[in-house]
Each structure stands twice: as C-alpha cells, then as structure tokens.
Ligand binder design. Structure first.
Ligand SMILES: Cc1cc2nc3c(=O)[nH]c(=O)nc-3n(C[C@H](O)[C@H](O)[C@H](O)COP(=O)(O)OP(=O)(O)OC[C@H]3O[C@@H](n4cnc5c(N)ncnc54)[C@H](O)[C@@H]3O)c2cc1C
Ligand code: SF4
Length: 529
C-alpha cells in the first residue's frame, strides 16, 4: 500500500479507533481532505471466525487474539496497583472497539457538574444539554439497540435507533428479587444490531462479543473507517506517529512524523491535526513531542498532560442457585440498574450495577480446559455448568494528579521511544464506593437465595479497561489541556479526541460519550477550515 504522505491535506487524524474514524468520516462528509495515520495493522474481516476460535482455546491468552504484545506495545506499571495495559486496548484499524463489549450509555446530568453538587471531582466545561444532540448522532452511528425504560436516564428526545434486546432468562430471576428490594431494573443500550441494518446482519448469538464478534453485528470502528474511505479519506495502517512538530512561533502543529514498516520516516503536513490515539497514547505522544520551546511536552503548559488518569473499578458478587440460570447463552448484558448512580453527597462515587449473563464458565471453556473426555467430561460439565449468577458493577474513580501516564526512560519500544508507565492506585473514597456496591450486590444475591461463592471487593478490584482523564478538558489553561471544543489551549490547530479529555469519569462505559464529543469536535474543526 502507498504509505507516502499526501501533499495537500486539510486534516491529519492520528488513530483509527472510534474517535478518529468518526471524526475522519464526519470531516470528509463536509468535503475536507483527510489522512488517517494508524499505528496498528488492518485486520482481515474474513479472519474473525479464526480469531474467535483462538480466544476459546485455553492455549491462547486474550491479548493474542488481536496481536497485542511485543516491543511495539511494551509498557511499565509502577503504581501501587498493577495495570494490565495490553488487555485494555487493541492497536489496529478499529482500535479497541475490535475487542470491546459494546455497552453504550449516556452520562448523567450530574456527571457534568459533580464538583458543584458534591464538592468532589471536577465540573466539565460543558453541560449534558451541549452533548444531547451529539449523543443522538452517536447512537445512530453505532446502531444502538435500546429502550426508553430507564427511569434514571437523562432526558432524551428520540427513541434508540433499534429495539432493545429482550431480557435474558436470569434477568427474570433477578427481577423478582429486585422487586422485593425496591430496586428498579431496566434495559442496557447495546451497540449491536437487534435487527439487520444496511448490509450488516442482526446478532446471531455467538456469545463471544468480547474479544471478537465474527458476524459483525457488534459495532466496531472499521465501519466508519470504511465509510470514510468511500468518501476519499486516505487511511494508512502500520504508521505509528513518532512525534508532532510545531512551527517556529510554537502556536501551531505543522506535521505528524510517522514511521513505516519499511523503516522509513515521513512527515504529514496538514492545516488541522486531531490526536485520537486513545487515553494512554494521546498523553504519551504529547510528552514524546517535547521540543526546545516545550521541554515538558507539547500542549503541556498546565503540566496536566498524563495526569488525572482514571479507569472504572469492577465490583462484583457471584454464586450459585439450586436451579438452572442459563448463563453464557447471551454474550452481553441485557439488564442493569442506574438507581445507585447519582451521588447523594461527598460520601461515595457513582455506581452502575450490571446483571451479568456470563457468570461461571461456558460449556466450551469447560470442555477445552479439562483433562478428561467422553462421559467423564460430560459429567464434569453437567455438574458445574448452568447454575451460576452474578451482579457486577462499574465504580467511579476520582481524578487525582498522582494517577498518571508518564514516560519510562528505562525502556523503549520498537522505534526507540520511551514506553508509557501507568501509575495507578485507589483512594479511600473509591474503596468506600466499591464496598457500597458489594453491599447492594450481596443483598440482591441473598434475596435470590444464592450460595455466594466469590466477591470482588476493594482489595481484589481491577480496571474495566476505560482509560480516561489524561488530557483533561477545562476552561482554565492553568489546570487543563483542552478547551470545551477539545482544542488544546496551547496549539490552535490541535484537537484531542478521546476519553483522555474527560475531567471526571462517572461510572458509565465511556465510548458513547467519546463518540458524541468527537462528532462535536468535528463540527468545530469544520468551522475553522
Ligand atoms: C475488553 C474491553 C471491553 C470494553 N468494553 C466497553 C464497553 O462495553 N463500552 C464502552 O463504552 N467501552 C468499552 N471499552 C472501551 C472502548 O473500547 C474504548 O473506550 C474506545 O475504543 C476508545 O476509543 P478511542 O478512539 O479513543 O481509542 P482506541 O479505540 O484505543 O483507538 C486508538 C487508536 O489509535 C492508535 N494509535 C495509538 N498510538 C498511535 C500512534 N502513535 N500513531 C498512530 N496511531 C496510534 C491505536 O493503534 C488505536 O487503533 C472496552 C475496552 C476493552 C479493552
Ligand atoms: S452475541 Fe451477537 S454481538 Fe456478540 S459475538 Fe455473537 S453475533 Fe456478535
């Protein structure tokens, strides 16, 4: 493929995940010439069934499905808690949506003004109403299946593009227990097709959505990459950007310098640049782009680049019932409750409760991981499959300076660049919120009469793989990196698109908000061109 830079380009986008591909598609639709530089390869969609099989076989770790690992993806994790970075991202055309689960919720109105209401965290420089029309656009772009049955959801004007998936069998068991406890369950908006759309088929229930949907019913960003290419966008894969260069005055980015597999280095010039390389690589690239004028990294006059790293914490309680619960028939969640989401005061963060449909091992996993065959294997599967239940949760983290992405000068990647070091820890506030989630989960399982066999609490919690906060948005250039339009305070033609701009993370899965913000930012870039 031609990996030469294009001569006259309006916009250069770095990264072909959902943020980059949606912006590229929208800007091309408005008539602009766009080039996308993507670090990873273009995966062949014909290959997806093989990748799904690879995931099911125990010999392969989950990172190998989308070929993460090796010198390209080297990283350090030097914080109080280990951060498994390569399980939390995919490098390739489509980005991490190749691996994602596809749960897509809007943030609540309180998320945008949480500091004013509770004194904890930070306010956003925009309100929910500023994003509302873009949320609707993003839901249309993703083809979201959902219902307007959530009494806690922020106001919306239009129904979801596709009907919601029906509640699973185990949801009906939970429904009785939750009714007793006064907990309102509702549907989950899913970025997977409940009906066929364009030339894509409806979900056929392979159940392997995370890390690969072989049918293509689950949305991934290759859809917008292809659409953008049809509009004339030039997408160059295996072209990791090494650094961004700026002009003499230091006010504008002039080029993105990228490497090719042939060992060459090229400079792509453009009028506007969009950094959409994800929540870890966005700050890393800015830090790698240090210059004489900007010795602490580009767009970093605030010193905030890389700081305030957040993820969502997982909390969960699971066990077994003495009746069938039909787990793993559906590869995604169908019911949740946002009843414990809004914070009453400064005592705890947001909690989003999920009624899991994949508690306990699937029959295929059990068959492949045991060492017996025939009737013995069947007996083992019958004895252990199908009676599990679990309630999971996403729990909010606070934006704290000490949690950060920084460069590790001791280790370099395959191009000699310092790797990212993820410094990650938990605060008492977050521990309290995980404990509160566990209490609610425990009450539900007790009401159900379950034999509780495991709990993921504050000491055993892990990340949900949502990188946020590292190039935060704000009105004050002294403590934020980008403004309300996602344009960096320091460089007038550099936009950052990703959850890296979130000032706070809430507890909703982030990608619908990433998409809404990207579409809004595309409007601002379009206005400037
Ligand atoms: C297992 C898993 C489950 C998830 N489930 C959900 C879910 O249910 N709901 C939800 O909302 N979110 C979920 N997420 C998170 C979601 O995938 C991300 O929020 C989303 O993909 C981020 O989009 P992005 O475009 O900002 O970044 P990415 O998707 O990370 O894309 C960034 C792209 O930039 C490229 N890149 C990086 N560095 C460079 C460089 N130097 N030069 C050129 N290109 C570069 C990368 O290769 C990548 O393709 C999940 C993630 C994982 C891993
Ligand atoms: S359950 Fe549906 S979305 Fe998930 S992998 Fe199967 S077809 Fe794809």
């Amino acid at each position: 493929m031609n990996r030469e830079p294009s001569e006259r380009v309006d916009v250069c986008v770095v990264g072909a995940g959902p943020a980059g591909s949606l912006m590229a598609d929208r800007l091309a639709e408005r008539g602009h010439d766009v080039v996308v530089l993507e670090a990873g390869p273009r995966f062949d969609s014909e290959d997806r069934e093989r990748r799904m099989e690879r995931d099911i076989r125990p010999a392969h770790g989950p990172d190998s499905v989308w070929e993460m690992g090796g010198a390209r993806d080297a990283y350090e994790s030097s914080g109080e808690r280990h951060y498994p970075l390569n399980a939390a991202r995919v490098k390739g055309v489509g980005g991490s949506t190749l691996h994602w689960q596809g749960m897509v919720m809007r943030l609540h109105e309180q998320d945008f003004r949480v500091e004013s209401e509770t004194g904890v965290g930070a306010d956003w420089p925009i309100a929910y109403d500023d994003l509302k029309p873009y949320y609707a656009d993003a839901e249309d772009a993703f083809g979201v299946a959902g219902a307007s049955d959530n009494p806690f959801a922020p106001p919306r004007e239009e129904p979801h593009p596709l009907p919601a998936f029906p509640p699973s069998y185990s949801d009906s068991l939970f429904a009785e227990a939750c009714e007793e406890l006064g907990i309102a369950m509702h549907s989950v908006p899913n970025a997977r097709l409940s009906e066929s759309r364009d030339d894509r088929s409806a979900c056929v229930g392979y159940g392997t959505c995370k890390p690969v949907c072989p049918s293509g019913a689950k949305y991934d960003a290759t859809i917008h990459v292809e659409r953008a290419e049809e509009r004339g966008v030039h997408v160059i894969d295996r072209a990791p950007v090494q650094r961004l260069e700026h002009g003499d005055a230091g006010e504008r980015v002039t080029a993105a310098v990228y490497a090719t597999p042939e060992g060459e280095e090229h400079r792509q010039a453009a009028r506007e640049f969009v950094l959409a390389a994800g929540g870890v690589e966005n700050p890393r690239l800015l830090l790698l782009s240090e210059s004489e004028q900007y010795p602490d990294g580009l767009a970093n006059s605030s010193g905030a680049v890389g700081k305030y790293f957040m993820d969502h914490l997982f909390a969960g309680v699971g066990g077994t019932l003495d009746e069938p619960t039909r787990q793993n028939h559906v590869g995604f969640n169908t019911s949740e409750t946002h009843q414990f989401y809004d914070r009453p005061d400064d005592s705890r963060g947001a909690i989003k409760l999920e009624f899991l449909n994949y508690a306990g091992p699937s029959p295929a996993e059990m068959a492949l991981s045991g060492d017996n065959w025939g009737d013995e294997m069947l007996d083992r599967i019958r004895a252990n499959y199908g009676t599990h239940v679990a309630v999971g949760a996403l729990v909010e983290q606070q934006p704290r300076k000490e949690n950060r992405i920084r460069l590790d000068p001791e280790t370099t990647d395959d191009h000699g660049n310092p790797v990212p070091d993820v410094v990650w820890s938990l605060s008492d506030y977050e521990r309290r919120t995980v404990e509160r989630a566990n209490e609610i989960q425990r009450r539900i399982l007790d009401e159900l009469g379950a034999d509780v066999t495991w709990t993921v609490g504050p000491d055993s919690t892990g990340p949900a793989f949502h990188h946020m906060g590292t190039t935060r948005m704000g009105d004050d250039p002294a403590d934020s990196v980008v403004d309300a339009q996602l344009r960096t305070h320091d460089l007038s033609n550099l936009t950052v698109a990703s959850s890296s701009v979130f000032p706070t993370g809430g507890a909703m899965n982030p990608t619908l908000t990433i998409a809404a913000l990207a579409l809004k930012a595309a409007d601002h870039v379009d206005e400037r061109l």
